[in-house]
Design a binder for this molecule. Structure first.
Ligand SMILES: [Zn+2]
Length: 499
């Protein structure tokens, strides 16, 4: 799904807490060499879009606390000791963690995430949750609000968490950070680091542990300064037992770190939450999805309309690279621009960088995020010098007026701009999958191509995925109104006929 921050919705104004790239506002990063100007600051004042990665990030060793030795999924038994046992009374040192993990405050926090929440000591220095009420059971109790650490408006007056963000029969929610403390929730899952999913999460977060992929965990820490002790990174394809529920994250083929979340309850019921995802045949081969039926599917239905027939991402990337080569052959002093909003679309500009053997220039805030992915192939191609002929800019700034001005700031190093806007919203039924029919928008020295590079499922990909899984119930998680929800339910009924 998406609002401001996903490529799923048409452009919307930025939330106030995002910077011009769609990243959470950060302390000023160091100025980029040769890249700063008043114009540049103004120029970055726009943007809109998101997205995916075909290749999963390099496997990292489990970085959860010791004792939570996550076993790689190799068909063997994957059950492991409960996180809450492992993170209980004696919490060992966490990789890269700050000193002080064994402090009384930390200890009581982790006790709090266990079966019974113990009484808390008084509010002390460094207490991540200086709430006025300290004791009592963790679940099912409303905490008094308005303490010194709870000044955020969302926490002062939270909306009610909608049912589709709650996982029935568990104390879990998914992507439900806007509602303050959710009654009965003792584990908050985050599917991926797009604002419409993590919105509400701030450094003041103190409502319970946040479970997410390791890459998302790094972004939550780096961009939002959430207290590390609330962040619980999980490796992909690894089963964890959390509060008696077996939980596994699967690659979502959306943006870096995005995961499908698979829950298997002790009574055998199985639920799958897709977060945002782009379904594919290879996803169907995952042993966990092959193994048994899903009872309840929470589905990203962003493009659940038959008109959306996206070409494969590889085809779009090929088209972009071919087009870039063609323009450069005609005019070697052409600047190539790729629009991207926050994380996502990396494969588009990485492919251009590799094919043309040019580094990727982008501003400091995006560079910081991209380096945090820890992908050597990408990191080694990022540069801070704007003389490179490949620039990544906020998607919303990729328009004729801005690009013309941008070109002028580059001191005649370039005489033309070829820009790409990679988002599913540029899909045209008339063009369909015939990418060579895409007509660019040209105006003097600036040429812009909208290319249907989507990091959400097309209609047929959704249909195939649902028909493969045959869930008993589908809950669409991002439906704006009753009419469209009813329409989708009609599609679902059709797809599941005879199941
Ligand atoms: Zn997303």
């Amino acid at each position: 799904m998406a609002t401001a921050g996903g490529d799923a919705d048409p452009p919307q104004p930025f939330p106030a807490d995002l910077d011009d790239n769609g990243f959470p506002s950060l302390p000023s990063p160091p100025a980029a060499a040769g890249s700063t100007s008043v114009f540049a600051e103004d120029f970055y004042r726009s943007g809109t879009d998101w997205s995916s990665l075909r290749d999963p990030p390099p496997r990292r060793p489990p970085e959860g606390p010791p004792g939570v030795k996550a076993k790689e999924k190799e068909g063997a038994s994957l059950v492991q000791s409960s996180l809450f046992q492992a993170w209980g009374i004696e919490r060992p040192r966490r990789e890269g963690g700050a000193a002080g993990h064994s402090s009384p405050v930390q200890k009581s926090l982790f006790q709090a995430w266990g079966i019974e929440r113990p009484k808390r000591e008084g509010v002390g220095a460094g207490d991540p949750c200086p709430s006025p009420i300290r004791s009592g059971s963790w679940s099912g109790r409303k905490r008094q609000r308005g303490g010194p650490g709870e000044a955020a408006p969302a926490a002062m007056n939270p909306r009610t968490c909608p049912f589709y963000k709650k996982i029935p029969g568990t104390p879990f929610t998914v992507d439900a950070f806007r509602y303050g403390e959710v009654e009965g929730c003792s584990a908050y899952f985050l599917s991926h680091f797009h604002h419409d999913h993590y919105g509400g999460l701030t450094k003041k977060w103190c409502h319970g542990p946040i479970f997410c992929s390791a890459l998302t965990a790094r972004l939550v820490k780096m961009c939002l300064s959430v207290n590390s002790d609330y962040i619980c990174p999980l490796e992909l394809d690894t089963e964890y037992v959390i509060e008696g529920v077996t939980v596994t994250l699967l690659e979502a083929n959306h943006c870096p770190g995005a995961a499908l979340i698979h829950f298997r309850l002790s009574d055998g019921k199985t639920y799958l939450h897709t977060g945002d995802f782009r379904a594919s045949r290879s996803m169907q081969l995952h042993p966990l999805l092959q193994r048994g039926r899903v009872n309840l599917l929470y589905l990203d239905t962003t493009y659940c309309n038959p008109k959306y027939k996206f070409p494969p991402q590889e085809d779009v990337i090929d088209f972009v690279v071919r087009t870039a080569r063609r323009y450069l052959a005609k005019q070697p002093k052409t600047l190539i621009v790729v629009g991207a909003y926050s994380i996502g679309k990396e494969n588009v500009y990485l492919a251009i960088s590799q094919a043309l053997d040019v580094p990727i220039y982008t501003d400091a805030s995006r560079r910081r995020i991209l380096h945090s992915f820890d992908w050597p192939d990408l990191s080694k191609r990022i540069c801070s010098c704007n003389q490179s002929s490949l620039h990544v800019l906020p998607l919303g700034s990729v328009n004729h007026e801005n690009l013309k001005k941008y070109l002028e700031t580059l001191n005649q190093k370039f005489v033309a701009v070829l820009a790409f806007r990679p988002t599913g919203w540029t899909f045209s039924e008339a063009t369909g999958k015939q990418l060579d029919l895409i007509k660019p928008s040209s105006n003097g020295s600036v040429t812009i191509y909208g290319v249907p590079y989507s990091e959400h499922s097309s209609f047929t990909e959704l249909r195939d995925f649902v028909m493969f899984l045959r869930p008993q119930v589908i809950r669409s998680v991002n439906v704006g109104n009753v009419a469209s929800r009813d329409k989708m339910q009609a599609y679902f009924r059709e797809w599941l006929k005879g199941s």
